[in-house]
Design a protein around this ligand. Structure first.
Ligand code: ADP
Ligand code: ADP
Length: 233
């Protein structure tokens, strides 16, 4: 479970003033849920979600993940907590010089997992995302949808409870978008992974999300079941 309590994030603006990217946001994402955060560019979605794994450190407020207040943790405990939070990005962030298999193995390499064991698990994860036959390929040889599947396999390498998706389908065509969203939904259902999806596209929310928060100007304007928030009679 993710609990954000009165979260604020301020940046120093270029003119020396303060840019309030996230304003007093409180929300709860339940275990096993697919939770959407929708809003226009600049609304603060990315900053908010980067606070969930402390890629951004909130200016104030609390980030409680699985009962632990992340801001209270020592570096070692924080590293352990972060392993349970995978993340995927619009631009995939794959290592171009490494094969698909080595990309998926990468977090395990960092963790000191023996290579043979890492290879075996990486291959299993590629099977999970339907790309085992591309294990030896390089990212440049893949379509956008395939690259995102590899990024999802890599995110699964540390057995996360939560996957954060920052505009994960925004660089993809409609067909690839559908297949990536179907994959996320099936991981949610099969592995019970909690998924947070940032998007500016309504159809993404409609296709996969259980609940949604609408962000504008750093604040959550409305949140609730997708049906309640968007399909007013
Ligand atoms: P969204 O994801 O909804 O497009 P962002 O969270 O990326 O919104 O950005 C919210 C606001 O915070 C924007 O005005 C953006 O320019 C600003 N912002 C984001 N990151 C930084 C940063 N590292 N330094 C300064 N301003 C930032
Ligand atoms: P998005 O809108 O897709 O969230 P951006 O292109 O706005 O992404 O931001 C990409 C990166 O640049 C992020 O790491 C964000 O924190 C940073 N960033 C965004 N706006 C600013 C800004 N005004 N000053 C410094 N860094 C920024």
């Amino acid at each position: 479970m993710i609990e954000l309590k009165h979260l604020n994030k301020e940046f120093k603006a270029a003119d020396g003033g303060t840019l309030h990217a996230v304003r007093d946001v409180s929300l709860t994402v339940n275990d096993g849920e697919v939770f959407g955060i929708i809003g226009f560019s600049g609304a603060g979605k990315s900053t908010l979600v980067r606070c969930i794994n402390l890629l951004e450190r909130p200016t104030s407020g609390e980030v409680v993940v699985n009962g632990q207040n992340l801001m209270d943790l020592r570096p070692k405990q924080l590293r352990a907590a972060r392993k349970k939070i995978g993340m995927i990005f619009q631009q995939f962030n794959l290592l171009e010089q490494r094969s698909v298999l080595a990309n998926v193995r990468y977090p395990m390499d960092i963790d000191g997992v023996p290579r043979a064991e890492g290879d075996q698990k990486a291959l299993q994860l590629l099977e999970t995302v339907g790309l085992a036959e591309k294990a030896k390929a390089y990212p440049a040889q893949l379509s956008g949808g395939q690259k995102q599947r590899v990024a999802i396999a890599r995110a699964l390498a540390s057995d996360p409870d939560i996957i954060l998706c920052d505009e994960a389908t925004s660089a993809l065509d409609p067909e690839a978008t559908r297949s990536v969203l179907d994959l996320l939904k099936s991981l949610n259902q099969r592995l019970n992974v909690t998924i947070v999806v940032i998007t500016h596209e309504m159809k993404v929310v409609e296709q996969v999300c259980d609940r949604v928060a609408v962000m504008a100007d750093g604040s959550v304007q409305e949140q609730g079941a997708v049906r309640e928030v968007f399909l007013h009679p």
